[in-house]
Design a protein around this ligand. Sequence first.
Ligand SMILES: [Fe+2]
Length: 207
Amino acid sequence: MDRDTSAENAGAPAAGGDTEDAKLGHGNDRVISADEYFQRVRHPHVRGAKWAAEDWQGLLGELGKDPIRHAERRFVSLVNEDHGDLCGASPGIFIGIQMIHPGEVVPNHRHNSVAIYHYLQGEGFTTVEDVKYPYKKGDTIVCPAWAYHKHEAFGDEDTIMYVTQDMPEMAAKRTLFFEEPEGLENVRHMVQGTSKSWSATRDPDAE
Ligand SMILES: [Fe+2]
């Protein structure tokens, strides 16, 4: 049985008693049967997918020409559209392929998703919690959750990193946080409407 509490709550005092118009709830509470629960908890079937090299290379190459886009956000993501807003290659796993031009630095930042970097091309340093790791093609580095990290590319060719994170799972639980760039004033709860945009550099005032 649906229950709309909006009318009965209208005008009721808040728990603190400080606002006459405050509501005691949102009317989104509902009790359902086990049968209905198991109908709703099941999700649509997910099919396999392949992302062709020429497709991600083409878009990443275009992003690489953008003088506005800062190095920390120059990546493409391989997404399986079968799972909708669980935006990733699988419902819980993000795959990004990131480009850093020689001489660029991705500033120190952190997030509570784990990041695994596999270097497809280039050379430089990835620093995790003040420990500097040199990288070259074929290397893999892991950055634990909520650890500060930055990337510096040098040499003659772009650094290309294949990045895996558990972002979609955390986003689904509304537990994903970014601090970017470093600074507690830049912590963002990755839930729409709760903090500024994820892009501190492109639109710092956006929600
Ligand atoms: Fe990061």
